[in-house]
Structures are given as C-alpha cells and as structure tokens.
Ligand binder design. Sequence first.
Ligand SMILES: NC(=O)c1ccc[n+]([C@@H]2O[C@H](COP(=O)([O-])OP(=O)(O)OC[C@H]3O[C@@H](n4cnc5c(N)ncnc54)[C@H](OP(=O)(O)O)[C@@H]3O)[C@@H](O)[C@H]2O)c1
Ligand SMILES: *[C@@H]1O[C@H](CO)[C@@H](O)[C@H](O)[C@H]1NC(C)=O
Ligand SMILES: *[C@@H]1O[C@H](CO)[C@@H](O)[C@H](O)[C@H]1NC(C)=O
Ligand SMILES: *[C@@H]1O[C@H](CO)[C@@H](O)[C@H](O)[C@H]1NC(C)=O
Length: 342
Amino acid sequence: MLLALLLFSSVFEALCDSTDGGKAPRILLNDGNTMPVLGLGTFLGFDENGQKEVKENEVELPVLWAVNSGYRLIDTAATYQNEEQIGRGLQKSSVPRENVFIVTKLGVNEQRHVIDSLRASLARLNTSYVDLYLIHFPVAFKPDLSGFDVVDYLDTWKSMEEAKRLGLAKSIGISNFNISQIDRLLANCEIKPAVLQVEVNLNLAQKKLLERAKKDNITVMAYSPFGSLFSKSEIPPPPRKDNPVLVQIANKYGKTTPQIVLRYLIQYGVIPIPKSVRKERVEENINVFDFELTPEEMKKLAEFNKDYKIVLPSFWQDHPYYPFEKKDVPDPDLFKWGQKTE
Ligand SMILES: NC(=O)c1ccc[n+]([C@@H]2O[C@H](COP(=O)([O-])OP(=O)(O)OC[C@H]3O[C@@H](n4cnc5c(N)ncnc54)[C@H](OP(=O)(O)O)[C@@H]3O)[C@@H](O)[C@H]2O)c1
Ligand SMILES: *[C@@H]1O[C@H](CO)[C@@H](O)[C@H](O)[C@H]1NC(C)=O
Ligand SMILES: *[C@@H]1O[C@H](CO)[C@@H](O)[C@H](O)[C@H]1NC(C)=O
Ligand SMILES: *[C@@H]1O[C@H](CO)[C@@H](O)[C@H](O)[C@H]1NC(C)=O
C-alpha cells in the first residue's frame, strides 16, 4: 500500500491509509482536508426519453455495496435526483458518517440560491454537511429551466464561500470550468477551489487543464473515467475493453482492463469516480491498490490520448459562460437536464 502511495504523481503528500476500513488512500487538499483517491459515481445517464428515471433502490444498493467493499467517497449531484437513496444507503451501512466523503453539486438552475439549494441537498442526503460542494457547470438556467440565466460564476462562488464558512460544505470546488474561467475565478476569490471535476480518461488527457489546476494545488477529479472503453459504436476512438495493449498489461497483473484504466488515472494524478450499479463491478473497480504500473506502461497508455470529449453539451453553446469548444451545428437538447420526470 505504501509503495502505491509513493507513486501517486501529484504535488500532494499522499497520506497513509486510515483505520476506517477504506481501500483508497487519501490525499491532502489545498484547504487542509483530505479526500480518498477513488470514489463511486452515481449518475445513471440518459436514454431516448431524456435523463433516466431513478428506480427504487437502484442507487441505494450500489452505495451500500460500495461502502461495504471499501469505498469512502460517493459522488452525486442535485441534478441526479438520487440524493435520498445515497442518504439511505449510507444510513444502512455500518460505516460512520464522518468516514465517508460525500460530494454533491449545485444544479444549473440553482445558482441564485446556493445556500438554500445546499440545505435542500443536505436534507435529502440526511446529513448536516457535505465534504465537497461543486458548482456543477458555469452555465446557468432560470429556476424553472425555461431558458438560460446569466449569473456570473464569480457571484455564485461568493455563496459557495459562504457555504464553507457556515460549515455546510467542508470543501468547495468547481466542475466543467475551462482554463480562462479558472484564471478569472482565482483572480477574484477569497477561498480557492479545492477541487476541479472534469472529464479525464484514456482519450482525454486534459494536459493543459491539469497543469493549470496543479499550479494552485487544485485536485482534479476524473469523471467518465472509462471514456469509450465499453462503447459499441464505431465513432469514438479506441481503446475498447478488449484492446490488445490493455489486455497484455491486465494479464501481467492478473487484473481486468477497466482496473488497468483506473490504476492509470490514479498514477496520472487524478481521482476517478467510476459508476456502476452492479455489485461485482462496484467491487472490481476499487480493487486497484495492490499493484502499480511501470513508467513504460504509463507511457504506452498515455499514447491513447486524442483530446476526444464524450461530454460535450453543445446545445448549451450559446450561453456566454459555455466552457468548451463550439460545434458548427450544435446537437439537439433532448435531455431535459435536471427536470423532474413525474
Ligand atoms: N461533473 C459532471 O458534469 C459529470 C459528468 C459526467 C459524470 N459525472 C460523474 O462521474 C461518474 C462517472 O462517469 P460516467 O458515469 O459518465 O462514466 P463511467 O464511470 O466512465 O462509466 C460508466 C459505465 O461503465 C460501466 N461499467 C462500470 N464499471 C465496469 C466494469 N468494471 N466493467 C464493465 N463495465 C463497467 C457502467 O455500467 P453498469 O452500471 O451497468 O455496471 C456504466 O455503463 C458519474 O456517475 C457521475 O457521478 C460528473
Ligand atoms: C436520518 O439520520 C438519522 C440519524 O442521523 C436516522 O435516525 C434517520 O433514520 C435517518 N432518516 C432516514 C430517512 O434515513
Ligand atoms: C502547493 O502545495 C505545495 C506543497 O504543499 C506548496 O509548497 C506550494 O506553495 C503550494 N502552492 C500554492 C500556489 O499554494
Ligand atoms: C472558456 O469559457 C469562456 C466563457 O466563460 C469562453 O469565452 C472561452 O472561449 C472558453 N475557452 C475555451 C478554450 O473554450
């Protein structure tokens, strides 16, 4: 375990494993708090009808399996509409609240009501604080989601700072911000963001963004860590889970190719939050702390990068704070983001 910690390639001091039964070591954030280096993702995604409805127990059980198999970080968001299930899953586990690092996010239509929105999340999670609260997106919508709202994320951030001062969030951070937005935020804040959550995977190294974050000791969380590993479409670039380079490395360590990808990301210096709702996969995905990739293997895996994004909500690209490169023809917005489905 200690060897694995030494390899953690970040400016942070990797901390020894605590005695809380967690499998992932913790690292130090720029605000003095600590955070496990791997967590459970809980977003169920979209289907042809928009955001998938969360069924009874669909997230509660994976959360319970996760903490029982050594996860101590759970990632959610107001938008995922599953915070109650996460609260219940944690309640049913025997792990004390203070040993679990809970991350939730401010909805895109909640930016004028940060403290009230966070209190509503806390009520759903059945807890008095979250470990990390993130601005989900720099883009803002009207409360009823009827259209864009132009709220300066610097103003939103002032309320995030207030949330930290009130003790409702131990740490605060951002998600889906680009480099110039980070520069502007850092030039105009009292409390620095501790964490930046963005897409990082084998196809999307985010080199410049990571360098920018590192300069201010901002820890990067990697969402969609598997990238296109399980895609059945021809469109996204390789690798898939049966890629020979991945299979060869996996065989060497007696691991699966998804485990190789997660281990790669941790050694690359980011915190992956793989999502699964299947017990055997939840358990598989945290079992990555008993081996380490060599520098040669790290180099080989880095060659898969194509700066290819999966999460590119181009239907929002006319918003003045849209953070990503724009498409000539934006995709249609089918997603009814954050809207109640009943
Ligand atoms: N901040 C943001 O804007 C943002 C955006 C996207 C995601 N996120 C967060 O990041 C989390 C992870 O990202 P993601 O859900 O997009 O993608 P992901 O975790 O990279 O991939 C999830 C997919 O992989 C499958 N899977 C998981 N483990 C597997 C394994 N060992 N073998 C085979 N298949 C496996 C899952 O299926 P099963 O569930 O059926 O196992 C699911 O289809 C989200 O859940 C969410 O918490 C945040
Ligand atoms: C909320 O947490 C308290 C203990 O902190 C517990 O007694 C109660 O049952 C929980 N409520 C739900 C709905 O899980
Ligand atoms: C980042 O953390 C390192 C190590 O703790 C410290 O030496 C450095 O001054 C920090 N940098 C900033 C910009 O805070
Ligand atoms: C970053 O976001 C701003 C909007 O806040 C946008 O004007 C700029 O073009 C974005 N930068 C990149 C590289 O996409």
